[in-house]
Write a protein that binds this ligand. Structure first.
Ligand SMILES: [Mn+2]
Length: 352
């Protein structure tokens, strides 16, 4: 298991030298951020990013993410050109020696929350999701207040996207995902890049838009679209764990034994009601997930890939990108590594 940390580039208030000082963190998860979605990432920019990270004494372990253009998800006629660009980007990443690429296939909105600065009992703030609040939000009205997204789209663009998605029901989205996966995976294989699809967050439909990567059956169906280790998963405990019916450690064991777990996001969530949750501290006692059991499952499959603490709370007065502060994620990294060490040593001792 390699402990990694997400870094949003030079504009990130969290600096590489700070990440370098978190005990046990050796890898960076990042992306080239200034290329429009759908265009090819030039090799020079990838190498520049990699060089910067290596100069700080860290390794660029994962690209998260190479975003998938909406026209690919919609299955529009122009998708082949966009897919060709995606393939070229994968080739360039492979040439730069980057082995893992994370992406998702969520329509329009990536992760969605109802509030980004909810105050927890201890005075820290966290991202939360309350279905009732989200149900009252209308992304298409003028008074759009969708935390994290309200400045990403112009109202007219969003209106058009919702119209385009109207005929795209779940099965249609599966067709479009299948088309994409079958088109890019041979290029990923050639490039030596393993792909890791991130589950939908939260794992249920929002605003009438379909979401399909939501549970164990869906992950299994996804893997069968293209049976190769390059077509793998990013198992995210916080996303899948928001649905209490999802048994995350069981998914780690099942898909790990099939060598299809290419990346892991580990964070806890506290389920607060039907389709509602808070992003808690990483400790098992802080939320609804048994984090030790997750690490045990990763030990069971001898997980050798990258893992990162996912979102964290804002603590100790830190300001910055919600979910992506330095302090709480650093605590998460050390906690996860601590359990990894303890469980590993306990097992090694038991075998003697
Ligand atoms: Mn995640």
């Amino acid at each position: 298991m390699q402990m990694t940390f997400r870094w949003y580039g030079d504009d990130d208030p969290v600096k590489l030298w700070q990440i370098r000082q978190i005990p046990g963190v050796t890898g960076i998860v990042s992306a080239v951020y200034d290329i429009p979605v759908g265009e090819e990432w030039p090799l020079e920019l990838i190498l520049e990013l990699k060089g910067k990270i290596e100069a700080a004494g860290l390794q660029l372990s994962v690209i998260e993410s190479v975003p998938v253009h909406e026209h690919i998800k919609l299955g529009l006629p122009g998708r082949d050109r966009l897919i060709e660009n995606y393939r070229r980007t994968l080739r360039n990443l492979g040439q730069a020696g980057i082995g893992i690429v994370c992406y998702n296939f969520m329509p329009v909105f990536d992760w969605t929350r109802s509030q980004l600065d909810y105050e927890l009992e201890d005075g820290s703030t966290a991202l939360i999701y309350e279905e009732e609040v989200v149900r009252r939000m209308n992304p298409l009205t003028g008074e759009l207040q969708l935390p994290g997204w309200d400045s990403s789209y112009r109202k007219e663009d969003l209106q058009l996207l919702f119209e385009q998605y109207a005929p795209v029901h779940e099965e249609k989205l599966w067709d479009n995902l299948s088309y994409f996966v079958k088109a890019i995976m041979p290029a990923a294989e050639e490039a030596g890049v393993r792909m890791a699809i991130h589950p939908d967050d939260p794992p249920w439909p929002i605003f009438g838009l379909p979401r399909i990567i939501t549970d164990e059956a869906a992950l299994d169906r996804f893997l069968r679209l293209y049976d190769s280790p390059v077509n793998g998963l990013c198992l995210c405990s916080g996303s899948l764990g928001a649905n209490p019916a999802n048994d995350f450690p069981a998914m780690v064991r099942r898909f790990g034994r099939e060598s299809r777990v290419n990346f892991v996001h580990a964070r806890n969530v506290k389920i607060t009601g039907e389709r509602s949750f808070e992003e808690s501290a990483h400790l098992s006692s802080a939320g609804s997930l048994d984090m030790a059991e997750i690490i045990r499952a990763l030990r069971d499959i001898d997980y050798a890939g990258p893992i990162r603490p996912d979102h964290g709370r804002m603590i100790w007065g830190e300001t910055g990108k919600p979910g992506y502060g330095l302090y709480d994620r650093a605590l998460g990294a050390v906690y996860l590594n601590g359990m990894w060490e303890a469980i590993g040593k306990e097992r090694a001792a038991g075998q003697q």
